[in-house]
Write a protein that binds this ligand. Structure first.
Ligand code: OGA
Ligand code: MN
Length: 260
């Protein structure tokens, strides 16, 4: 049984149920309680939420606790996956717009950076964007599918586009805390990846998330600050619940709010 200590708000509302069918429900709650944390006992629920299929919590257990400190508190609710959040047409459109953006900013010749030996990320290219080939349609999708999930007063940094090759990977890190606020949301395109989130006080205390194309995932608050995230580059380590997930080319669009 999961037992998670936390010192944030405690709400007596049912566990978040995240699935394709009740995204609206989620939206309402998330908007209503954007910064509240609540106890998650989904693993004990009679009908585990759809989104649990995408998590492997087998290394989050009481025998390997994060070392006690002010930073050890967390709620697993602070990592959210909305599977199939974008339709196939939307995914195709986002991909086309992203590739156009890469071409415009980085040129026609496609080259990937290997990163330095100690670099966090390798086998990739990246850029930022505030304007798109089709601004109107892009903003429509972003407003409807991303920004509307969050409080209106958030200010968003330019969208970060990241393309990872099939040999690319990201080492364990926490996103910049100086400029970027409590929310990091990612749109996943092209292929599935496994993301591993480790507690900053104990790397053996971790969980995995399977991020399929078309999903939106959100790291917020305690998971955003108290867990690192990584994507294994080695295809044999790219596993979810013991099964290898083929490592293929992938593009993500990252949305981060400005630190206030
Ligand atoms: C990052 C990162 C994850 C992703 O760019 O900092 O962790 O889903 N990206 O691409
Ligand atoms: Mn990151």
């Amino acid at each position: 049984m999961l037992k998670i200590s936390y010192t944030f708000f405690k709400l007596t509302i049912p566990p978040l149920l995240l699935s394709v069918n009740n995204n609206n429900n989620f939206r309402k709650r998330f908007k209503q309680f954007p910064f509240c944390h609540h106890y998650i006992n989904d693993t004990n629920a009679q009908n585990p939420p759809e989104s649990l299929k995408y998590f492997d919590y087998s290394h989050i257990n009481s025998s390997i606790q994060p070392n006690q400190s002010n930073q050890s508190n967390f709620s697993l609710d602070d990592f959210i996956i909305l599977p199939n959040h974008f339709t196939s047409l939307e995914q195709e459109f986002l991909l086309d717009q992203s590739l156009k953006k890469f071409k415009r900013i980085l040129g026609k010749k496609v080259t990937y950076k290997d990163g330095h030996f100690d670099g966090v990320i390798h086998g990739y290219r990246e850029c930022q964007s505030t304007h798109w080939d089709d601004d109107k349609k892009m903003n429509e999708i972003f407003n409807k599918k991303i920004f509307s999930l969050f409080p209106e007063n958030l200010r968003w940094l330019p969208v970060h586009l990241l393309e990872l090759t099939n040999y690319g990977g990201i080492k364990a890190h926490i996103d910049n805390v100086e400029y970027s606020g409590n929310i990091v949301a990612g749109v996943c395109l092209m292929s599935s990846i496994v993301m591993r989130l480790r507690h900053i006080n104990n790397p053996q205390f971790y969980f995995d998330a399977l991020l399929e194309p078309g999903c939106l995932y959100i790291q917020r608050d305690s998971i955003r600050y108290n867990f690192t995230h990584e994507i294994p580059a080695n295809p044999t380590e790219h596993k979810f619940k013991g099964n290898i997930i083929p490592k293929l080319h992938r593009i993500s669009l990252m949305f981060r709010n400005l630190k206030e």
